[in-house]
Design a binder for this molecule. Structure first.
Ligand SMILES: Cc1cc2nc3c(=O)[nH]c(=O)nc-3n(C[C@H](O)[C@H](O)[C@H](O)COP(=O)(O)O)c2cc1C
Ligand code: SF4
Ligand code: SF4
Ligand code: SF4
Ligand code: FES
Length: 595
């Protein structure tokens, strides 16, 4: 049945945490209360991408894009937009333009994006299989089961040029082909949905918004490599994604699309979810397999690769969520279609989680080859609060920073690696002038040291030693010799660590030393932190010329370090000051400075 209006409410984790669930329920209640329940369908979708503006509600067919909606807005939206046909201007993204002359695609955030992986996110109800089917869902599976041979499927993947999106960028067709060629009566397909790097939420959002796209791809993989059992390894911290996967799997089983004799083809495929406990190293494929088997997740030497000897010793194909979300499109549209998108080195699109000091944080999907500048300034709207761009960290704790002069680098696997960073799985954290690059390196190092499984010495000992040296620098005790030592330890870790966690742990500090060498020098030679972040290197000072003696700072100081009479210049006792910054934030007269 067609409805007069469709109201799409974002049900992604970001918007749900801002009460989109309540908005959804209130909209349904208001439709009933105002007598339009028969004419209007309210749908809870996955993430729209523009999380900065959430909770988002979109009303079709007008394409009205309502942002920062509150549960209490439901009544007005139904009364005004639905019943009287008048847009609620105060909630529109662009308050100056009605949707009659501004479409969602006109919003700058979306203009340079191209959605393949996120094709259904924000468009369908992920908990309703019919909506997935209505947008060509399970067509590719049908094609794979009835029209294509395993060689045809792998051939299409080869033509597409799809490379793994989990970080390493290995050609997907090759991995499928190796697993297919491995001898074994039992084989497995595993989806890696661990996604543990700070700032990353691409895979979680894909599963929350379009779980069937991953389930369908796993079955296509099963047909191609000769596997009948799959596992989705997902961390327990992602309850919404797990719930939507469970619902999707139950619905697919009910429709005969998962389980025995799928669509009467004789092909069987079963799928189970395995929950991870949130260790970053369990995202590494061999550690992940150990974890599924019930052992402690520790990386294993390769070879043998999982394609030959994986889960319980059987050939196993492990693919990342985003990699898999491309598969049905490749089968439906043909590999050549995807191969035309992107660069010579990397085809298709890439999803990034854009966060940090950026005006428009959110989930972004762009063709490979889009530049960092386009993502940060055109899509991301530049730096928040009018501050100056300093650097961008791509690839999470394994990646590195890139500065202003590299912003025009087209993003692909090879391009970023050649600059000492990496595309990684897609976290992109933007830093401004207030971020200290040594402090940022310390954050990532701490993360990697905490997450190291401790199995091999270069990573276990090297990581700690690097952290110790970087801490020395942020404490103002660093020397030029420490920089040489960092290089030596980093080199040993790169060549001696068993897995990529240890091999890439030094990247954030190395890239900082390479691209923002002056900032390291300031900490070591001048004993200053230019960004004012490293507590041991800064002092707060009150300018008596500017201070009007309002007492605001003294009232905020937690340790009573500020003294002075009302209407007279105040003073900070630096022996007591714990450098919390509360006074700096409290002073409205710009009288306090950080040195
Ligand atoms: C420490 C570490 C963590 C990793 N975490 C993930 C992860 O969360 N998700 C993922 O898909 N790949 C992760 N990988 C990469 C996997 O080992 C593997 O390359 C990937 O799952 C293969 O899938 P793809 O070819 O589709 O990228 C990680 C690797 C390392 C070394
Ligand atoms: S490199 Fe680090 S995380 Fe990897 S096996 Fe060695 S100790 Fe464990
Ligand atoms: S808040 Fe600023 S102006 Fe007021 S007393 Fe403190 S330093 Fe002076
Ligand atoms: S930085 Fe914190 S502790 Fe130091 S003077 Fe200001 S408010 Fe007090
Ligand atoms: S979670 Fe709602 S727009 Fe991303």
């Amino acid at each position: 049945m067609a409805f007069r209006n469709y109201i799409l409410v974002c049900g992604g984790s970001g918007c749900e945490s801002s009460h989109s669930d309540e908005i959804y329920n209130n909209l349904i209640k208001e439709c009933e209360a105002q007598g339009v329940a028969e004419e209007v369908q309210v749908i809870k979708t996955g993430c729209f991408g523009f999380c900065e503006q959430g909770p988002i509600v979109k009303i079709l067919p007008e394409d009205a894009f309502y942002v920062k909606v509150k549960p209490s807005d439901a009544k007005e939206l139904i009364a005004e937009h639905i019943i009287k046909g008048r847009e609620v201007t105060r909630l529109l993204y662009d308050k100056k333009k009605s949707t009659k002359n501004a479409k969602v695609e006109d919003i700058k955030f979306y203009q340079k994006q191209f959605r393949v992986v996120l094709r259904n996110c924000g468009k369908i109800d992920p908990e309703n299989i019919d909506e997935y089917i209505a947008r060509d869902g399970y067509l590719a599976l049908e094609k794979a089961l009835f029209q294509l041979t395993p060689e045809d499927i792998i051939g299409e993947l080869k033509k597409s040029g799809l490379r793994g999106r989990g970080g390493a960028g290995f050609p997907t067709w090759m991995k499928w082909n190796f697993t297919k060629a491995s001898q074994g009566d039992v084989k497995y397909v595993v989806c890696n949905a661990d996604e543990g790097d700070p700032g990353a939420y691409m895979d979680r959002s894909t599963l929350e918004g379009d779980p069937h796209s991953v389930i369908e791809a796993m079955m296509i993989c099963g047909k191609a490599i000769g596997a009948h059992q799959g596992f989705i390894y997902i961390r327990a911290e992602y309850p919404l994604a797990i719930h939507r996967l469970e619902v999707a799997m139950a619905q697919a089983r009910e429709y005969g699309l998962l389980g025995e004799d799928i669509l009467g083809s004789g092909f069987a495929f079963n799928l189970e979810i395995r929950l991870g406990a949130g260790a970053f190293v369990c995202g590494e494929e061999t550690a992940l397999l150990q974890s599924i088997e019930g052992h402690r997740g520790m990386p294993q030497p390769r070879p043998p690769f999982p394609a030959v000897k994986g889960l319980w010793g059987k050939p196993t194909c492990i693919d990342n969520v985003e990699t898999l979300a491309n598969v049905a499109v490749i089968i439906n549209k043909g590999g050549e279609w995807l191969s035309k998108l992107g660069t010579e080195d990397s085809h298709g699109t890439k999803v990034f989680a854009l966060t940090g000091k950026i005006a428009n944080s959110g989930l972004v999907e762009v063709p490979m080859g889009t530049t960092l500048r386009e993502i940060i300034f055109d899509i991301g709207g530049g730096i928040a609060n009018g501050k100056k761009f300093k650097a961008v960290q791509t690839g999470g704790p394994s990646g590195g920073i890139l500065t202003e002069e590299y912003l025009d680098t087209p993003i692909d696997f090879g391009g970023l690696t050649s600059l000492g960073s990496m595309m990684g799985s897609g976290s992109m954290i933007v830093m401004d002038e207030d971020d200290c690059i040594v402090d940022v390196a310390k954050f990532y190092l701490k993360f990697s040291v905490d997450e190291s499984c401790g199995k091999c010495a270069p990573c276990r000992i090297g990581g700690r030693s690097l952290l110790h040296l970087v801490e020395k620098i942020t404490d103002g005790k660093g020397t030029e010799k420490d920089l040489d030592q960092i290089q030596e330890i980093a080199h040993a870790m790169q060549i001696g660590s068993l897995c990529a966690l240890g091999q890439t742990t030094p990247n954030p500090v190395l890239s900082g030393m390479r691209y923002l060498a002056d900032e390291y020098r300031a900490h070591i030679v001048d004993k200053k932190c230019p960004a004012g972040k490293c507590k041991k290197l800064i002092t707060y000072e009150i300018d008596p010329e500017k201070c009007i003696g309002c007492t605001a700072c003294a009232r905020k100081c937690p340790v009573g370090a500020i003294t002075g009479e009302v209407k007279k210049p105040h003073k900070i006792n630096t022996d007591i000051c714990i450098k919390c910054g509360a006074c700096y934030a409290a002073c409205k007269f710009g009288a306090i400075s950080v040195h």
